[in-house]
Design a protein around this ligand. Structure first.
Ligand code: PEP
Ligand code: MG
Length: 583
């Protein structure tokens, strides 16, 4: 078209395959910038009036949300917003903010400080009910602050039409709120391929590109429409008619390709010379099960249970968890479900737990470390999992193990919970296998010792790579160093498989590497017994396994282990896959 403006094209990290285009919706950064000035006495009445207006606006918003939630989700879920409305009348908040404004603190600073101090105080209390109110105060405090500053809320809940979402970053719980019918695709400035945002996008089957960097942030204000290609890792801002035409073609090709792969259906993941590998799916909640059914996964290799704890204001009860686990287990039975105990911390926060901010959260109070220190939380989950084990086949898995002592302590808590269930007369599978994730170098290098204590291993490559290469899995600045094919990573994996098999236990993999086709010949050759991945990756991996003899795969794996760099290994794997003529 004459005079047509050129579109802006950006490269990021391909996080979740597929392609989609539509209007741009920009999600604001969560951090609010607070003014730092002090108030002169004559400004005080104005500031107090502005605070009152913010309270009123907040009240109106909460009422609207309460009514919508009651209508669409249920009265019980709406009750929380009633509690939030009460906070607006709480003198401990309102009077204190006004007092500080009168003393010269600007309104924004006063609201932020009072809400945070109040929440902090409640969080310290013994009483569980009051402790939970800390989260309410934080939420409402933030809402008042936004209204005071006139900054719209960062929220995906109110989307009216399908959009492509751009954000600086998304927390795992924000990602969990993405509804595939409203969010066509999304792109983030930050994040790496194995950040939990990317993993969630794959399980929701929403095309996504992450780690786009600052150039995109600068270009976004003028963007009305965008195309996001999650397979190529490409984002086009303000596409031209020619871009849209190409987009439609690519989209059709992708859908056709997917249909062909899914039609592999019930065929087993077996090499032409008869070697069988089990292909399982990773899920975060029962809502992911349709995707699992679509690709005929043979089991669940990783149920990331922490997502049951997100997007709410208090810990899920034993009964709530039991219902979720039971639903998954019954739907899958007799196929196995590997349930991993709570892996919180790192990039997965639960605001209502009020975990203190850590300098290095990925090296901190995370996963099993947290659970062993909080047996009250841990035992509730173990009881729910054990009870669900009476309804199908569950294997229990502990994350982030670094030592035999941890395994023994976790098993001791499990034994206590079993005794408790015996006393309560509850049924469970007393022979439920117990395994551990191998996702720290410490565990990988002592796998022979750990293998004597457990029934299976599952290699978590996302963390194993992050910890062995010292590369933050969610930091786009160093994402080029997050190298799945690093020779050191391959040696660790091979060592774990050999140690597990040497001790007679199966070795699985549930990190993202399990779903990367470039790695499939290697993993096959190393002898992994089961690979678990986002359902959308499964058909393609199956296609590779069905096209490659086990003999050749072992040779390829041996050859790759003799190479010197990740680049050489990847180039070699690409040649191997190219020879298979898959498409
Ligand atoms: C891993 O670390 O590879 C893994 C599967 O666990 P998560 O991604 O949930 O940390
Ligand atoms: Mg992990």
């Amino acid at each position: 078209m004459a005079g047509e403006k050129k579109a802006l094209v950006f490269k990021g990290i391909a996080a979740s395959p597929g392609i989609a285009g539509g209007p741009v919706y920009q999600l604001e950064a969560r951090e609010l910038k607070l003014p730092t000035h002090r108030l002169s006495p004559e400004k005080v009445p104005e500031e107090i009036a502005a605070f009152q207006r913010a309270l009123e606006e907040t009240g109106r918003q909460l009422e609207a949300i309460k009514q919508r939630v009651a209508r669409e989700i249920g009265e019980d879920k709406a009750a929380i917003f009633g509690a939030h409305q009460l906070v607006l009348q709480d003198p401990a908040l309102v009077d204190e903010v006004e007092k500080r404004i009168r003393q010269g603190t600007n309104g924004a600073q006063a609201i932020a400080a009072v809400a945070s101090e109040l929440a902090e105080m409640l969080a310290q209390l013994e009483d569980e009910y009051l402790r939970e109110r800390a989260g309410d105060i934080r939420d409402v405090g933030e809402r008042i602050l936004r209204n005071f500053l006139g900054v719209a809320e960062a929220s995906l809940a109110h989307l009216q039409e399908p959009v492509v979402v751009f954000a600086r970053d998304l927390t795992p719980s924000e990602t969990a709120q993405l509804r595939p019918d409203r969010v066509l695709a999304f792109a983030t400035i930050a994040g790496g391929r194995t950040s939990h945002v990317a993993i969630m996008a794959r399980s929701l089957e929403i095309p996504a590109v992450v780690g786009l960097g600052e150039k995109v942030a600068a270009a976004l204000p003028g963007a009305r429409e965008a195309i996001i290609d999650g397979t190529r890792g490409e984002v086009i801002l303000n596409p031209t008619p020619a871009d849209w035409a190409e987009y439609r073609e690519r989209k059709e090709r992708y859908q056709e390709y997917n249909r062909r792969l899914v039609s592999l259906g019930e065929l087993p993941a077996q090499t032409p010379d008869g070697h069988r590998v089990e292909l399982y799916a990773n899920i975060a909640s029962p809502a992911d099960l349709p995707g699992v059914e679509k690709v005929n996964a043979e089991g669940i290799g990783l149920f990331r249970t922490e997502f049951l704890y997100m997007d709410r204001n208090s810990l899920p009860t034993e009964e709530e968890q039991f219902q979720a686990y039971r639903e998954v287990v019954e739907r899958l039975a007799p196929r196995p479900v590997i349930i991993r105990t709570l892996d919180i911390g790192g990039d997965k926060d639960l605001p209502y737990l009020n975990l203190t901010r850590e300098v290095n959260p990925f090296l901190g109070w995370r996963a099993l470390r947290y659970c062993l220190d909080r047996p009250d939380v841990f035992k509730v989950q173990l009881a729910a999992i054990l009870r669900a084990s009476a309804y199908g086949t569950i294997r229990l898995m502990f994350p982030m193990i670094i030592s035999v002592e941890e395994v023994r302590r976790a098993r001791a808590v499990l034994a206590e919970v079993k005794e408790e269930l015996d006393r309560r007369g509850e049924a469970y599978d007393d022979r439920m296998p117990v395994g551990v994730m191998i996702e720290t170098p410490g565990a990988a290098l002592t796998a022979d010792i750990l293998a004597r204590e457990v029934d299976f291993f599952s290699i978590g490559t996302n963390d194993l790579i992050q910890y062995s290469l010292a590369v933050d899995r969610g930091n786009e600045r160093v994402s080029h160093l997050f190298e799945t094919f690093h020779p050191g990573v391959l040696r660790l994996i091979k060592g774990v498989v050999d140690a597990g098999h040497g001790a007679g236990i199966p070795v699985y993999m549930c990190g993202e590497m399990a779903g990367e086709v470039l790695a499939t010949p290697l993993l096959l050759g190393f002898g992994l017994d089961e690979l678990s991945m986002s359902p959308s990756s499964l058909p393609r991996v199956k296609q590779v396994i069905r096209s490659l003899s086990w003999r050749d795969a072992r040779q390829m794996a041996n050859h790759a282990l003799g190479l010197n760099t990740a680049g050489e290994i990847k180039a070699y794997m690409e040649r191997c896959l190219g020879n298979l003529k898959l498409d």
